[in-house]
Structure formats: structure tokens, C-alpha cells
Design a protein around this ligand. Structure first.
Ligand code: FAD
Length: 505
């Protein structure tokens, strides 16, 4: 369930709800579908920005017309149909668990949306350990599914966010797990279209169906249309479950800042040649501090998995390569296995995460955020900037310079983690942590604006947007006609804007 107790506790004052007659009629009808206790409406105009509670990034709280909390996919179909009837009956903003920290949490991009909180749809509908898939609803968390898979031959591709984050919510925003980009885990989606019709796109299990998991089907593939999308509301997904490795080890390296470009090119060769698996990561000194990185030094995590023998062999090759390069001040492959090593506990947690355990107690998450998942929005200050970089030493050194310039100009402490998504692509995760108060937030937002501008100038566009930069898609598009095509689809499928335009409009 998402954190909407504030909203749900707010008074239900049907008569005084602001908005058009069509909106009030749709909300009244939603109350009959869900029961009034699952419809939170603002008591008056001023309460409209308080319905969702605080967000960790201190983005401006949007005016919200209501929060609806269905518990079944059928109810979602009925609700979407209600908001499809007329142009001014309101637009729905769907969330799964609403923990989109750093990019907006539960906030819609625009004012006056009706928030559709799907955290109450929390069933794992089906699971096939032989074939390697699970059918999950939006409220199913990575912690919940991984607990179900404990001691089985299958695992979930987990992120390093909290255990109580949604698998579907993260995948639909093109989140990144430790085994790869979460969109690659999506084999099928159950989608409610504007109008209320439910379709299943991609691969879907059926009674007696033995076809192997293959999301593309025949002809044009429609699954990707519903990722970072305002074309439908997702009520379930088929998630691929990778085979659990028999053995896994993380090699830890440390290096000084001047070696950044050379280390990047060296690690790129290892990734290209298959010496490391999953999503290896490079941490700047601020990000590496949570993982036992030495003061002022950069750190690298190189996961290797497979059989015990292949892991031992590849780890030996990696550490020998690292030694020969002469670039590293620290090289260790035994931290996770040896309790006597200084960084044993943290490396063990990292190894477990690469093997599908999202750290149910959020130990690392708390260490990074200073608070547990339930306190992030009210107490922590946090922003994300997520550009993609070419995997070259030159590009990474350039990005590092841009980050330092933004930090210097604003006094904001930035940290960067490079997710190595393949031999040619880096997801550069820039995090800003700041005290949860207005002045510090204003500085962090200024740094964020500077980063959007300077990274765009350098050709490093973000692959996810926050609610305040929702208009950026046009400016960053490779081909304006391709964006126009998706808008034509939106106009055909959703003429009355039942679904809010969102961050990727
Ligand atoms: C310390 C820390 C570490 C983090 N680590 C990671 C990480 O490793 N990888 C990563 O990707 N993120 C990370 N995050 C960011 C964030 O917490 C996760 O991405 C989180 O999974 C997103 O929240 P959620 O799962 O509740 O999704 P939600 O907030 O529910 O959804 C995200 C967005 O998807 C869309 N959406 C959601 N559900 C639906 C639906 N059913 N139908 C249609 N559209 C929908 C909406 O636009 C929504 O805003 C981290 C955050 C912090 C603070």
C-alpha cells in the first residue's frame, strides 16, 4: 500500500468539492464503485494541495482533485470509463506505491489531476518457477516478491531503492535494477485503455498455454507504448524472473580521481569482454562513502556470477587485470565472503542484492537516506537527475566536470553512481541530498536546473524526468515527428483526456 494515510484521513466533503459538474459527477460515481471510504476529496480549495502530503524533493505540491483507491482491476476499468465520458470530467494520474522519490513521489506533473492509487491491488496472481515468470499487480513490492522467491531457483531483478517499492511502478518509469533495466523484465502488461476496455499486450499466460515467454508477439509490438506513457493504466504485468546464480561475488576496486577516464575505459573493456555481469557500478567519492569507499576515492563494484568454478575463475582474471593495469589503490574480491574484512557487512548486502535480495530491512537504504522508507517524504530532502552517457572515459570525465561546476555554483552536495548498462551505455545517477527545508531545497532545485541545461548542451539527455521538468520531452527529442506520432495516438485513444498528460506528455 502506498503512503496515503494523510489523504485518506482528510474529510470527505462531497458538497464542497471544487471542480466542474462533470468532475463531481465522476467522483460521486467513483464513490459508488469503490465505497466513499476509498475516495479522498479535499474539504475545500486550500486542502487541494495537501491531499497527497509532503514529497521528499519539495516539489511544489500540486492541486489534486481527489485520491481514488481501488482494490481490483475491474474497479480500475470502471473508474477509467467514468473519467473518459466528458472532456472536463478530470484526468487520472496512476501510481503504484508512489515512492518515485527524487522525481516527484506521488505528485502528478500538473494541477487538478485525480490520483489513482493502485497500491491496494497487491496480489501475485500467478507464478511459474520453471518457465521463469510472475504475474503481479501494481501494489506488489520488490520485497514482497523476493520473499516469495526465497530458496527457489528464480529471483527478482531488484533496485537499490526500498524493499517497499513497486515492481510495476519502477518498470513503467524505466527504472534500473542491479541485473539490468527493469523494462527488460516486462514480458506482458494488462492495461485499461481510456474508455475502460482492458487489453493484454506482450506475452500472457493462459490456461494450458505452453508457449515460451516472448514479449514481442507477431506484428507491431504494443507493450512499449505503455511505458512512460499516458495511454493506459496498468493493472498487472508479467515479470520475468531470472535464474538465481549458483554463486556470486563482487570485486571491489578503489581509485583516485585523476584516474577516472582511464579506469572507465579499462572497465568498459571488461564489460565488453564479459568479465563482469549484471549492472557493475562506479561510485564517485560521495556515493562510494555508503559502500565503504576510502575518503576522497572513487569505488567500483564488479559482480561476477555463475557456477562456483566460473565465479572463482572470472574473479581471478578480473583481479589480475586490475593489478596489471596499475590504476587501482584497492583491489578486493573477498569482502563479502570473509567476516574479518573491514567492509564485509556492506559488501555482503551488495552481493545479496545482485542475487535478488532487496534488503528487506532496508539497512543500506537507511544508511544512505538517514531515515526509513516511511519517513523519506516527510523528513528527507532528495532529488534525482538521470542522464545517459556514452561509455567512454572522455564522456565520464566531462560529466564529472559538469557535476562539480553545478556543485560549486550552488553549494549543493551531489553524488554520482554510474550504472554500467552495457559496453556502450551508462546510466549516470546523480543524487542530491539536502535538509528538508525551503532554502536548502531551493539551492538543490537550482543545481538541478543547471544540470538539465549543461548536460543537454553536452549531448547527455536524461532518460527519466521529474515533475518540474515535464515539458522537456520536445526539447530533448531526436525527431519531433516521432513525438507528434505519440500525441496523435493519445488524441485517438483518449480524446477526453481521461489519463493525465504526465511527465512524458
Ligand atoms: C536511496 C534511493 C535509491 C533508489 N534506487 C533506485 C534504483 O536503484 N533504481 C531505480 O530505478 N530507482 C531508484 N530509486 C527511485 C525510486 O524510489 C524507485 O524508482 C521506485 O521504485 C519508484 O517508486 P514506485 O515503485 O513506488 O513507483 P510509483 O511512484 O508508483 O510509479 C512511478 C511512475 O510510474 C507511473 N505509474 C506507476 N504505476 C502505474 C500504473 N499502474 N499504470 C500507469 N502508470 C503508472 C507513474 O508515472 C508514476 O509516477 C531510488 C530512490 C532512493 C531514494
Amino acid at each position: 500500500m502506498s503512503e496515503l494515510s494523510t489523504a485518506v484521513d482528510s474529510p470527505v466533503a462531497t458538497g464542497s468539492v471544487p471542480g466542474s459538474a462533470a468532475l463531481r459527477a465522476a467522483l460521486d460515481a467513483a464513490g459508488r464503485v469503490l465505497g466513499e471510504e476509498r475516495v479522498a476529496r479535499p474539504a475545500g480549495d486550500a486542502a487541494r494541495t495537501r491531499l497527497l502530503g509532503p514529497n521528499t524533493s519539495l516539489f511544489r505540491s500540486r492541486r489534486v482533485a481527489a485520491v481514488l483507491r481501488p482494490t481490483t482491476a475491474e474497479q480500475v476499468g470502471e473508474i477509467v470509463e467514468l473519467f473518459s465520458r466528458e472532456p472536463d470530467s478530470g484526468s487520472l494520474h496512476a501510481i503504484s506505491t508512489g515512492r518515485n522519490w527524487g522525481l516527484g513521489s506521488r505528485e502528478p506533473a500538473e494541477d487538478d489531476a485525480v490520483v489513482l492509487d493502485l497500491g491496494g491491488l497487491d496480489r501475485v496472481r500467478a507464478l511459474d518457477l520453471d518457465a521463469g515468470w510472475a504475474v503481479v499487480e501494481p501494489g506488489v513490492t520488490q520485497g514482497g516478491l523476493s520473499r516469495l522467491l526465497a530458496h527457489t531457483p528464480r529471483m527478482v531483478n531488484v533496485t537499490v531503492s526500498a524493499a517497499a517499492t513497486s515492481i510495476i511502478g519502477n518498470a513503467l518509469d524505466r527504472g534500473v535494477g542491479l541485473r539490468g533495466q527493469r523494462t527488460e523484465d516486462l514480458a506482458g502488461l494488462e492495461v485499461v485503455l481510456p474508455g475502460g476496455e482492458t487489453v493484454r499486450v506482450g506475452w500472457w499466460p493462459g490456461a494450458g498455454r505452453t508457449a515460451p515467454v516472448y514479449p514481442h508477439g507477431l506484428g507491431p509490438s504494443t507493450l512499449p507504448l505503455f511505458v512512460q506513457s499516458n495511454l493506459g493504466v496498468v493493472t498487472a504485468a508479467v515479470i520475468r524472473l531470472p535464474a538465481r546464480p549458483e554463486a556470486l561475488r563482487v570485486t571491489r576496486l578503489g581509485f583516485p580521481a585523476p584516474a577516472l577516464a582511464e579506469v572507465t575505459d579499462t572497465v568498459r573493456r571488461w564489460v565488453a569482454q564479459g568479465l563482469t555481469r549484471g549492472v557493475p557500478r562506479i561510485y564517485d567519492p560521495a556515493a562510494g562513502a555508503s559502500y565503504g569507499g576510502a575518503e576522497g576515492e572513487w569505488a567500483v563494484h564488479l559482480p561476477v556470477d555463475g557456477t562456483a568454478e566460473s565465479v572463482a575463475a572470472l574473479t581471478g582474471i578480473l583481479t589480475a587485470e586490475a593489478r596489471r593495469s596499475g590504476l587501482f589503490t584497492e583491489i578486493s574480491a573477498t569482502d563479502g565472503a570473509d567476516p574479518a574484512r573491514p567492509h564485509h557487512e556492506v559488501t555482503r548486502l551488495v552481493e545479496r542484492a545482485y542475487a535478488g535480495d532487496p534488503d528487506i530491512t532496508d539497512t543500506l537504504f537507511r544508511a544512505k537516506m538517514g531515515v526509513g522508507a516511511d519517513k523519506v517524504d516527510p523528513e528527507a530532502g532528495f532529488l534525482f537527475f538521470l542522464p545517459l552517457l556514452p561509455f567512454t572515459g572522455e564522456a565520464v570525465a566531462h560529466a564529472d566536470r559538469l557535476l562539480r561546476e553545478a556543485a560549486q555554483a550552488t553549494g549543493v552536495r551531489l553524488s554520482a553512481t554510474l550504472h554500467l548498462l552495457g559496453p556502450d551505455l551508462i546510466d549516470c545517477v546523480v543524487a542530491m541530498k539536502f535538509p528538508h527545508e525551503d532554502d536548502a531545497a531551493a539551492r538543490a532545485h537550482r543545481a538541478l536546473d543547471l544540470l538539465y541545461a549543461s548536460f543537454a548542451d553536452a549531448g547527455f539527455a536524461p532518460y527519466r524526468l521529474d515533475v518540474d521538468h515535464a515539458g522537456q520531452r520536445d526539447a530533448l527529442a531526436v525527431d519531433a515527428a516521432a513525438v507528434a506520432l505519440t500525441r496523435r495516438l493519445k488524441a485517438v485513444l483518449d480524446p477526453n483526456n481521461a489519463i493525465a498528460a504526465g511527465r512524458y506528455r
